[in-house]
Design a protein around this ligand. Structure first.
Ligand SMILES: [Zn+2]
Length: 407
């Protein structure tokens, strides 16, 4: 069994706490790990998880942001569906190779070809959560999990959501015996956004992750599965302090290219799509580009909320060069918002140039060497490594199999 565990927004610093955690010493003291693992740009959850399961850059798999471009809509759709991923991926490959797969609240898995799937999806319009979940994943399996563990849920609030996901994980391991499991936990991410990545709340969430991992190891040990299981435990991106907010669409308003008041957008001929730490400009009248660039130049020189224009390489790799004319990165301690400000104390979506903005990959169990510490890697290495472990024919990836960790 290969178990992929994504701890959302857990950066390298917090992985060090997990590796040395009193609860986990017994299990992780011989684990191997990659210390500084780069996310992909834009470093947001859906983009990163699509790169984790494909091994390629966002410009190739095409999940370039969490949300679709939908100016004025305060609740835009997310890229929920597995069909949003335009290249080969671990779900499809596992299916081709007749592996039994479970996926628990993993991003971009609505209607995925996965037998035991609880997709990460929110209800739209008048739908309830149950209706949205059942419509986009296997009904019987989800009803079984909700019947058994639904009492743990408090909407999408944490830590209840992760406690539910964890109860499902233990159940699936015991009763469905999958060959491959995708398991996603968001306790740290939720608390980072609400209270900041250096808050007590965030560190408490790290402790809860350690507690869940300890229970998982004990459970595998009790069921004599510990030696038979390979585990990769990783983050998707890190998180930075962001106490100050800025709406780059105010620039377009001043220049007469967007008309909005409060939360109501009346008209626009240009629009900044916000990704938290960065924002990208959609411009319908290209002759206005010079005006906007001049204004941005002034702001960057003044040292305000805009730090810099993104490079051509960053525009290209992120996939935003297709349809967007430029991108900007937020200055230190700032984040961007589009129209409505959902106050954040921590943000991601920044460029990969940010110092201390990496995550880690811990590897342990069957087929993994002991006590190897690799200095650097990418989240795009997870897919080719998983293909190697599962003995599945690889495809061309931007990441590489972490052979130094494998027996
Ligand atoms: Zn994330």
């Amino acid at each position: 069994m290969l178990l992929l565990i994504s701890l959302d927004a857990v950066g390298t610093d917090k992985f060090q706490l997990i590796l040395k955690h009193e609860r986990l010493k017994k299990y992780l003291n011989r684990a191997s790990y990659v210390n500084e693992v780069s996310s992909v740009f834009v470093s947001n959850t859906y983009v990163a998880h699509a790169s984790i399961v494909t091994g390629v850059l966002p410009k190739k798999h095409k999940v370039i942001e969490n949300f679709v471009f939908d100016p004025g809509n305060l609740k835009p759709d997310w890229n929920w569906f597995e069909s949003c991923i335009k290249t080969d991926n671990l779900f499809r490959a596992a299916n081709r190779n007749k592996l039994k797969v479970a996926s628990l609240l993993w991003p971009v898995t609505a209607k995925a070809p996965v037998k035991y799937n609880i997709p990460e999806i929110l209800p739209r319009g008048k739908e309830t959560q149950l209706m949205a979940s059942l419509k986009n994943g296997p009904k019987l399996f989800q009803l079984e999990m909700i019947f058994k563990y639904g009492r743990l849920l408090r909407g999408v609030r944490q830590p209840a959501l992760d406690n539910f996901a964890f109860a499902c994980l233990l159940d699936v391991i015991k009763n469905k015996k999958p060959d491959l499991i995708f398991s996603h936990f968001t306790d740290v991410d939720t608390n980072d956004h609400m209270y900041g990545p250096h808050s007590k709340e965030s560190y408490d969430a790290v402790d809860r992750h350690a507690e869940r991992l300890e229970k998982l190891f004990k459970n595998l040990e009790k069921n004599k599965l510990l030696e038979k299981t390979t585990m990769l435990i990783f983050g998707d991106h890190s998180c930075l302090e962001s106490q100050k907010e800025y709406c780059p669409n105010e620039i377009l308003k001043q220049l007469g290219m967007a008309d909005f008041k409060g939360h109501k957008l009346r008209s626009y001929s240009a629009w900044f799509k916000s990704c938290g730490g960065s924002a990208f400009l959609k411009l319908y009248d290209k002759s206005k580009l010079g005006l906007i660039e001049k204004k941005l130049d002034e702001m960057i020189k003044e040292g305000g909320p805009v730090k810099r224009l993104l490079s051509k390489g960053e525009m290209d790799e992120s996939g935003f060069s297709d349809g967007y004319v430029l991108g900007i990165e937020a200055a230190e301690n700032y984040y961007f918002y589009e129209l409505e400000n959902d106050v954040h104390k921590g943000s991601h979506g920044y460029s990969l140039r940010q110092p201390g903005y990496t995550t880690s990959i811990i590897a342990l169990g069957k087929g993994i060497r002991k006590n190897i510490i690799a200095p650097k890697g990418s989240i795009m290495d997870i897919c080719p490594t998983a293909l190697r472990i599962l003995n599945i024919e690889p495809w061309e990836t931007d990441g590489r199999a972490l052979t130094e960790l494998l027996l």
